[in-house]
Design a binder for this molecule. Structure first.
Ligand code: ADP
Ligand code: MG
Length: 335
């Protein structure tokens, strides 16, 4: 039994050898004060965010790309593995992809948690490597490939060649920061308090990074948010426009672009030449933000492509590793 796990800051995906992606749920654990076990994990737990009474907390164990809560992380891994593969799991090997910002101590904790979830052997693979493999980039070739994976808590930018990461940046700016930028903007400009789930709905509904050519109707769209007045505290609704939301997202979007620029600057000239020629590939949920590709292309002068199903790239990359353990041994580190 071989299982690949994309342990993302926002979503966890499980890939089972011979079956493909079998589970895709938010990386959230709901715990009740004083209780030994989680109240809910995954989709069910995400529903509770912002709606929990004082005694229940919704935890995102990997929120900023570091493990904030080891016990919750372990419980989450165990729960998902049991749910995806019920019954006996003989001789389980796992390939786990973690944000590259996690420390050695956290890596060991993940390995330990996976062993407690039944793994006999655990391999860790760097997130940008898994994303690049999943997006179909020729990682083993002597050719520079650039991958930009924009997740919930972190974004990873890397140049890969000959099966290794040549240069990379991991920044704590991702979808969550885009949501926070919307929350801040609405509070500042409309004196309205909204929750993080609402901000994410706005982003996915009418968020963009650049005007999208040929989508004039998109530019005219609005999104009505419900929240609480900053002063007075009464419920109130406000209509947001595409243009103002784009403005609100400007700062975190620029931070991601700056990381791409830095990575290009640090890259050996032959490899950046390859990237110039073959382009940059975007993966992760953030890749779905309309116009981000165009804006990045305009800022760098390099063509930018969004991977097919960017939310699945990392899991598919882990999947390729579990389908071909021996062939990909070089890009994995045994634990
Ligand atoms: P992680 O790997 O960190 O778990 P994901 O790659 O699963 O993260 O991406 C999750 C992020 O992508 C969330 O912040 C979510 O809001 C964002 N996202 C999902 N769909 C869209 C969309 N259509 N437009 C913009 N952002 C999106
Ligand atoms: Mg991810």
């Amino acid at each position: 039994m071989d299982i690949g796990i994309d342990l993302g800051t926002a979503n966890t995906l499980l890939y089972v050898r011979g079956q493909g992606i079998v589970l895709n749920e938010p990386s959230v654990v709901a715990v009740k004060e004083g209780a030994r076990h989680a109240l809910a994990v995954g989709t069910e737990a995400k529903e509770t965010i912002g709606r929990t009474p004082g005694s229940i907390t919704a935890i995102r164990p990997l929120k900023d790309g570091v493990i904030s809560d080891f016990e919750a992380a372990e419980e989450m891994i165990r729960h998902f593995v049991r749910k995806a593969v019920p019954g006996r799991r003989p001789r389980t090997r796992m390939v786990i992809c973690v944000p590259s910002g996690v420390t050695q101590v956290e890596r060991r904790a993940i390995v330990h948690a996976s062993q407690r979830a039944g793994a006999r052997a655990v391999h860790l693979v760097e997130e940008p490597m898994a994303a690049a493999i999943g997006a179909g980039l020729p990682v083993a070739e002597p050719r520079g490939s650039m991958i930009v994976d924009i997740g919930g808590g972190t974004s990873e930018v890397a140049v890969i060649s000959l099966g290794g990461i040549v240069t990379s940046q991991s920044l704590r700016v991702g979808g969550d920061r885009l949501d926070a930028a919307i929350t801040d903007y609405v509070r500042r400009e409309h004196a309205l308090l909204i929750g993080e789930r609402t901000a994410e709905d706005v982003k996915v509904g009418i968020g963009s990074a650049w005007p999208v050519p040929g989508a004039d109707d998109f530019e005219e769209r609005t999104f009505t948010v419900r929240g609480r007045e900053k002063v007075g505290g009464l419920p109130k609704t406000v209509e947001l426009t595409v243009r103002e939301v784009r403005g609100a997202l400007d700062e975190p979007v620029e931070a991601i672009i700056a990381a791409v620029r830095t990575t290009l600057e640090e890259c050996p000239p032959e490899l950046s030449g390859d990237v110039m020629e073959h382009g940059i590939v975007l993966t992760g949920g953030g890749a779905l933000l309309p116009g981000l590709d165009l804006r990045l292309a305009s800022a760098t002068g390099i063509p930018v492509f969004v991977a097919d199903n960017p939310l699945d790239s990392v899991a598919l990359g882990c999947g390729k590793c579990v389908e071909d353990f021996d062939g990909l041994e070089r890009v994995m580190s045994a634990a």
